[in-house]
Design a protein around this ligand. Structure first.
Ligand SMILES: Cc1cc2nc3c(=O)[nH]c(=O)nc-3n(C[C@H](O)[C@H](O)[C@H](O)COP(=O)(O)OP(=O)(O)OC[C@H]3O[C@@H](n4cnc5c(N)ncnc54)[C@H](O)[C@@H]3O)c2cc1C
Length: 307
């Protein structure tokens, strides 16, 4: 893994750095590139604008690794409010949650109950619940919770990370569920025996996993979502879909707010359903550092905001 990426990912876990930078005006200005605002209304306004351009959204409240049940319950309650707001405004919006934000580290059983409550509310409003994937030590728990939620509610999906060496085997176990899978490359710092360190290998793994998902989608037995801004890779995935006879409407592309906006619109023109992941909330430091790590050139954007 390149040094700049490694440094930024390790900085993302520094509480000291978070305190130093989060209140600095230049840093807060730079963050706005990737999030429309800290409050829910800003996220919903962005979702409304994107809906006008035929682009759906997935909203996520930033935060992770809460350390007590009260904080996790507050996150759940806020998510329930958000799902009600989608329904009231008839927005084509889904929700995504991090399990450690819902207290996975504190009480996995309560975390499952919260997920079930969110999936039920999402289904009632014709929305959808996505489960983010965090560091590799959480994958077993995330997949177990996803299976339990999926057994009760069809409108639930999970993220899989192509950089993990274990992911082909994990996907194999999920396929019988006719799963919804958001396939991403992976955003965390992982040792080489756990995750491929080289982009070339991650891209090859991504393409193979995408192929397996598309084969299922061809039989109407999966909802494949390609969560990437890598247009070359996406081009190869789309060629694979064409070869398998999977029409553009049978798979989706999800991207992050603020990245590749023109390409999002071009994909929609081509008949590919696109959603943008819109983040909101005050706990943005670790998430923003991961965005910088994905493209260390983004650090120049922060520096430019200093001037
Ligand atoms: C909808 C969505 C959901 C995600 N959910 C998760 C999750 O649950 N768990 C997880 O581990 N990861 C998640 N990720 C992040 C993902 O793992 C990657 O870290 C991230 O998408 C960057 O990889 P890439 O596929 O865009 O390809 P890359 O090869 O990293 O990037 C390809 C090109 O895209 C552009 N680009 C990529 N990232 C940025 C950026 N930050 N700023 C500006 N340009 C950029 C650049 O032009 C770059 O050359 C998610 C990503 C998306 C889009």
């Amino acid at each position: 893994m390149p040094l700049a990426r490694r440094l930024l990912l390790s900085a993302s876990r520094s509480a000291w750095l978070a305190r130093q930078l989060s209140e600095r005006a230049f840093f807060r200005r730079a963050v706005r590139r990737f999030m429309p605002g800290e409050d829910l209304d800003a996220a919903l306004a962005a979702a409304t604008t994107l809906a006008g351009a035929g682009i759906g959204t997935v909203l996520t409240q930033l935060g992770e690794q809460v350390t007590n049940r009260g904080a996790a319950a507050a996150v759940r309650d806020q998510c329930l409010v958000v799902l009600d707001r989608f329904a009231a405004q008839a927005l084509p919006t889904e929700i995504s949650v991090k399990l450690t934000h819902l207290g996975l580290d504190v009480n996995p059983r309560a975390c499952l109950q919260d997920l079930l409550a969110l999936a039920a509310r999402a289904a009632a409003g014709q929305s959808f619940l996505w489960i983010d994937m965090e560091e590799s030590r959480y994958v077993d728990a995330a997949l177990e919770l996803y299976r339990a939620v999926r057994a009760a509610h069809p409108r639930a999906g999970v993220c899989l990370q192509a950089y993990l060496r274990r992911t082909p085997a994990d996907l194999e176990t999920l396929l019988p569920l006719a799963p919804a899978v958001r396939l991403v490359k992976g955003a965390y710092s992982e040792p080489p025996d756990v995750a491929f360190p080289r982009k070339r290998d991650v891209d090859a793994a991504y393409l193979a996993l995408a192929g397996a998902l598309l084969e299922r989608a061809a039989q109407g037995e999966a909802r494949p979502v390609f969560g990437t801004h890598d247009l070359a890779l996406l081009g190869r995935v789309r060629e694979r879909a064409l070869a398998l006879g999977v029409v553009p409407g049978a798979y989706e592309v999800h991207m992050l707010y603020g990245i590749r906006a023109a390409e999002q619109r071009a994909l929609v023109q081509d008949g590919v359903p696109v959603r943008v992941l819109v983040s909101y909330g005050t706990h943005w430091f670790p998430w923003y550092m991961r965005r910088l790590a994905e493209r260390p050139a983004n650090v120049w954007f922060v520096v430019r905001n200093l001037i």
